[in-house]
Design a protein around this ligand. Sequence first.
Ligand code: SAH
Ligand code: SF4
Length: 363
Amino acid sequence: MTQALQELIGMNREDMAAFLQGIGAESFRLGQLWHWVYQKGVCSFDEMTTMAKPMRESLRQSLTLKRPFIVKDMTSFDGTRKWLLRFSDAQEAEMVFIPEKDRGTLCVSSQVGCTLTCSFCHTGTQKLVRNLTAGEILGQLVLARDMLKDWTNPPIPRKITNIVMMGMGEPLYNYENVAKALKIMMDSEGVSLSRRKITLSTSGVVPMMGACGEDLGVNLAVSLHATNDELRNKLVPLNKKYPIAMLMEACRTYPGANNARRITFEYVMLKDVNDSVQEAKALIQLIKGIPAKVNLIPFNPWPGSPYERSSDEQIERFANVVMKAGYASPVRSPRGEDILAACGQLKSESVRLKWSERQQELQ
Ligand code: SAH
Ligand code: SF4
């Protein structure tokens, strides 16, 4: 019987070292393998030219450089790209690339679906849910670099300059795998993305926030969306478990937050629900004393969604109140709307295709 191949993408140094030791390879092979997988992004063992042929052969017998499978590749009129990805058990998730003038952001998923059912979010309506593995999370970036021909090193500028953990899922409900993937991304001899260029967005999983700051030191974005518990309970049901006061306390003590590295409060603008001037005033009271900025996200509708987007005028009024209080309050411009790639619109469309049918397709 042939043994299943182990996946290289997602292995950290310890995993690779243990593997190499297991096949009796010299310890210097670790640096070489790491370099080929994470700095050069090779897709085949034959490209590992610093390894002799017999060595490559023994790697090939036990390992695979396989990436997630692309089911759909869509490009919006504004240049935003969305890929629907399928993993080896036929589950699916989406990732989005948002090119801008001076940077390119990859929006990465942490779970298939999400258990948290925020009432304005498409992902929360998806039935199938599971955590992505570290390899599946990191595999998204690896694949995006393949697709965008972005395995370049300085002085050639990279296309993907920033990572946001804002795709499908709640990253702090899958902390271990997210942390492992992000640590590999931040390794300076590999993928080499600075923690300053990585932002993790959470709906407010209070007990995990401290570890995230201490362990990873990435930028934190908090999906606030309401200024009182009654409304937030409806919009973000997790609030019943970790109410606003508790969430604010976790933000105040977030390791590494200072004026140079502010916490981003995300606030989705829902018409006549949370967009009044009074609420803008309540918001600045709430975040007082926290090094913060506020990101206003015009609501992105999806088929059957129960809300409307606030008018541009109302968003501007709201933004002005926040700005006058001394907080940056940019309005996030919706990207890739025509391909349902904007915030909160992600949902694996082919859930409609039966899981068993997808399994067959994979074979
Ligand atoms: N689960 C995490 C990260 C993914 S969602 C979180 O909730 O923070 C990324 C951002 O998109 C969050 O701020 C989320 O509240 C917001 N969002 C979800 N649905 C949206 C929608 N329909 N329109 C605009 N923003 C939305
Ligand atoms: Fe999950 Fe975030 Fe969507 Fe809420 S907004 S359902 S936490 S993905």
